[in-house]
Ligand binder design. Structure first.
Ligand SMILES: Nc1ncnc2c1ncn2[C@@H]1O[C@H](COP(=O)(O)OP(=O)(O)OP(=O)(O)O)[C@@H](O)[C@H]1O
Length: 459
C-alpha cells in the first residue's frame, strides 16, 4: 500500500525556502494598506519522505498560516514551496488540482470541518468525486474500507456527523484526507479539540496509518507532549520565524534556543516516579510582541534572559550548530556562544521567572485546562516509559512576578483577512464540506470506537 516516491529517496518531499506570508492591514474608505501582520516571515525547512515534522510554538506564532501555505490553501507573499521537485508556490487553482491528491490537510475542529447535512459516505467519497476517480471495487466499497481502516464501522456510511463523538468525527476527517492516498498530510492541531482520553487513540491512529501507507506528515501542535510523541524532527516557531529545527531527542534533551529551553521546561514529566527529577520551570514574562511590528534583531530578545546588544540589531540566521541541528541564536544553550563578550541587556535579568515545576504545573493546569493531563494521561501515557527529560540549565532567576504569555492575535478583524486566498482552492473533501477555523470546544469523551494500542513512535 505504500506510495512509491517518484524521485530519489534522498531528495526531500517538501522544500520551503524563505517562505513569507504578510496579511495586509487596510484602513479607511479607500482601503489603503497601512501595515501588515507578518504571520510567517521568512522560513526555511524541508520535510523528508516518510518522516513526521512537528511544528510547535505559542498561539499566534504562524503555525497554521505555515500549514496553509505549504498546502497552498494560502498564496505565499514571498519565498518558495517545492513539492517533490515541483515549484508550487504560485500554482493556480487549476494547476494545483492534480496535486490535491498528493497533499492533504487534517483540521483541528472535527465538527466544523464536516458538513452536517452530508452523510459520512458522501463526505468521505467527496475527494473521489472531485478528482473524478472511480475506485476499482466501486466507490461505496472503497469508502467503507476507508471507514474500517480508521477504526469506524462500514455501517456508519449513511449516518450524519452529529451522530458521532469528537474522536469519531476526527477519524472521519482523517478518512477523507487519506481517501486518495496522499503523500504529504499536514495536520493542524489534529487532537487539541478532543478530550484528553481520546487524544492518544487519534495520535496512535495517525501513527499506524503512516506506517501502513508510507505517509509523510507535518503535524502542527502547541502541545509539546503530543509533538514529542509523534515527531521525528521538530521545528520551533516564534513570531513567524523558525528558531530551532532538530531531531526530537536532541531538542528535548538539550535544547539550544533559549525559547526552546523555556518551552521544554514546561513539559510535564509523564512518569510520576520521575516528577521529582524536574524541579524548575522557566516562565517567560511579558507578552508575545505583535506580529505587526516584531522586535528588531532577534525577535525573542525582548523576552530572553541571555539577550545582549547584538540581539537588538542583528537577526541571528538559522545556522547548523551541530549535525542536523539548526538554531537561530547569538547565544545558544548547549553550543558555543556565537557573539561572546557582548554586553548584556539590562532587561535580560528580568525576562523570566524560575518557579518550582509543581507550582508551574498548577498554574498551567488552571490556565490551559488540560496541559499536564494530556501529557500524563492520554497521549504521553503511551510514551511514558520513553519520556525524555529535558535538561534545563537554569539561568539566574529574576524577581518580578510572571506575566501571562498571551496570544498576539492582534487585529485579526482589522485585517484584510479575506485576502485568505481566493486563489487557494479547497482541499478535496473540504471543497464540499465547510472548513471551519480552529475550534475551541472540547468534546466530551464518548464512545470512540475501538481504541488503538499501537506502540509509541521511537519508544
Ligand atoms: N486571514 C488572516 N488575516 C489576518 N491575520 C491573520 C489571518 N490569519 C492569521 N492571521 C494572524 O497571523 C498570525 C499568525 O496566526 P496563525 O493562526 O498562523 O498562528 P498559530 O501559531 O497557528 O496560532 P493558533 O495556534 O492560535 O492558531 C496571528 O497574529 C493571526 O492573528
Amino acid at each position: 500500500m505504500t506510495n512509491e516516491p517518484t524521485r530519489t529517496d534522498s531528495a526531500p518531499l517538501l522544500r520551503v525556502e524563505g517562505l513569507v506570508k504578510h496579511f495586509p492591514i487596510k484602513k479607511g474608505l479607500l482601503q489603503r494598506q497601512v501595515g501588515a501582520v507578518k504571520a510567517v516571515d521568512g522560513i526555511d525547512f524541508e520535510v523528508r519522505r516518510g518522516e513526521t515534522l512537528g511544528v510547535v510554538g505559542e498561539s499566534g506564532c504562524g503555525k497554521s498560516t505555515m500549514g496553509r501555505l505549504i498546502t497552498r490553501l494560502l498564496e505565499p507573499s514571498g519565498g518558495k514551496v517545492e513539492f517533490d521537485g515541483t515549484d508550487i508556490t504560485h500554482l493556480s487553482t487549476g494547476g494545483m488540482r492534480p496535486l490535491r491528491r498528493d497533499i492533504q490537510m487534517i483540521f483541528q475542529d472535527p465538527y466544523g470541518s464536516l458538513n452536517p447535512r452530508h452523510t459520512i459516505g458522501s463526505i468521505v467519497s467527496a475527494p473521489f468525486r472531485l478528482q473524478g476517480v472511480e475506485p476499482e471495487g466501486g466507490l461505496k466499497k472503497e469508502v467503507q474500507g476507508l471507514l474500517e481502516r480508521v477504526g469506524l464501522s462500514p455501517e456508519h456510511y449513511n449516518r450524519y456527523p452529529h451522530e458521532f463523538s469528537g474522536g469519531q468525527r476526527q477519524r472521519i476527517g482523517i478518512a477523507r484526507a487519506l481517501a486518495l492516498k496522499p503523500r504529504l498530510v499536514v495536520a493542524d492541531e489534529p487532537v487539541s479539540a478532543l478530550d484528553v482520553s481520546i487524544q492518544a487513540q487519534v495520535v496512535n491512529l495517525l501513527d499506524d496509518l503512516q506506517d501502513e501507507l508510507g505517509l509523510t506528515y507535518v503535524i502542527i501542535a502547541h502541545d509539546l507532549s503530543v509533538i514529542r510523541h509523534v515527531s521525528d524532527r521538530i521545528a520551533v516557531m516564534y513570531l513567524g520565524k523558525i528558531v530551532e529545527l532538530a531531531d526530537r531527542t536532541s531538542l528535548y534533551e538539550a535544547p539550544m534556543h533559549p525559547y526552546t529551553t523555556a518551552l521544554m521546561s514546561a513539559v510535564p514529566v509523564p512518569d510520576p516516579r520521575r516528577r521529582g527529577a524536574k524541579s524548575e520551570r522557566i516562565l517567560l514574562k511579558g507578552d508575545v510582541p505583535s506580529p505587526i511590528a516584531p522586535p528588531s534583531g532577534c525577535r525573542f530578545h525582548t523576552r530572553c534572559w541571555k539577550a545582549t546588544q547584538v540581539c537588538t540589531v542583528q537577526e541571528p540566521p538559522l545556522l547548523e550548530l551541530a549535525p542536523g541541528r539548526r538554531v537561530a541564536c547569538h547565544h545558544p544553550e548547549n553550543a558555543p556562544d556565537q557573539v561572546p563578550g557582548d554586553t548584556a541587556l539590562a532587561s535580560a535579568g528580568e525576562a523570566i521567572e524560575i518557579v518550582p515545576a509543581t507550582k508551574a504545573s498548577n498554574v498551567e493546569a488552571t490556565e490551559t485546562g488540560a496541559g499536564e493531563a494530556a501529557a500524563s494521561g492520554a497521549v504521553a501515557g503511551a510514551v511514558a516509559s520513553a519520556a525524555v527529560e529535558p535538561a534545563v540549565k537554569v539561568p539566574s532567576p529574576a524577581k518580578a512576578p510572571a506575566g501571562d504569555v498571551t496570544d498576539p492575535a492582534a487585529g485579526r478583524e482589522t485585517v484584510a483577512g479575506a485576502e485568505a486566498d481566493a486563489g487557494a482552492d479547497s482541499l478535496s473533501g473540504a471543497g464540499t464540506d465547510s472548513v471551519a477555523g480552529p475550534g475551541t470546544g472540547r468534546e466530551a469523551a464518548g464512545d470512540d470506537g475501538p481504541s488503538e494500542g499501537g506502540p509509541a513512535k521511537g519508544a
